[in-house]
Ligand binder design. Sequence first.
Ligand SMILES: Cc1cc2nc3c(=O)[nH]c(=O)nc-3n(C[C@H](O)[C@H](O)[C@H](O)COP(=O)(O)O)c2cc1C
Length: 224
Amino acid sequence: MFYEPGRTDHGLPFDPFKSCVVPRPIGWISTLDRNGVANLAPYSQFQNLTFDPPYVMFAANQNTRGTRKDTAHNAEQSGEFVWNMATYELREAVNRSAQEVMPEIDEFELAGVTKAPSRLVKPPRVAESPVQFECVYYATLRLPGSMVGTVDVVIGRVVAVHIADHLITAEGRIDVLKARPIARLGYYDYTSVESVFEMRIPGNNRAVAGGLEGNAKEIAAALE
Ligand SMILES: Cc1cc2nc3c(=O)[nH]c(=O)nc-3n(C[C@H](O)[C@H](O)[C@H](O)COP(=O)(O)O)c2cc1C
């Protein structure tokens, strides 16, 4: 099949677009509004952007009232946000935090999760989540579209990383199968990490390998 988004109809009962870019990791983002009310919401249009220094992004569509979502607004206005790993164990809380509610509502309470203080930024972390990044707002890229389709791509620099000790293996890696992060597929479908396989790029280029590992020191050493 072939279609041109916005020009020709795909002819399917469900729009296939979101089912093509899968699985999408979930940015479970906490922020504070100007009155100090805590906000928490999942964003599957989420990614890391680079590692030296680390940056992440989330893309917030406008809400159904045609205004900007609270997370984007708060991140810009306060200059800070926190990313929390969404896991299979926390899936119902993640889902509850996606409800569109008024900014006066504390969404940690709505989701039924506990606040843990951050070290370098003011928004709290989700205590039950095993990995969190404290982020400082960097920039917003606004992409024009329809009322809900218009999106704010919010970029932040990761200034602090928290990883639960029980997830770190004897070899010093994160045990991703133990963490079991969830990710969005299309429609109302999700997946979680339940298997892992390893591949190495052919050849023996240390700098290239350092890039894949996100190891800035290894890259610098290789290029010396
Ligand atoms: C798993 C999941 C992923 C979501 N991803 C996005 C997303 O990438 N962008 C977006 O605008 N909304 C997304 N939503 C919807 C928002 O979470 C929802 O609109 C929420 O109320 C926004 O809250 P806020 O206004 O407090 O930021 C997602 C919802 C769920 C359940």
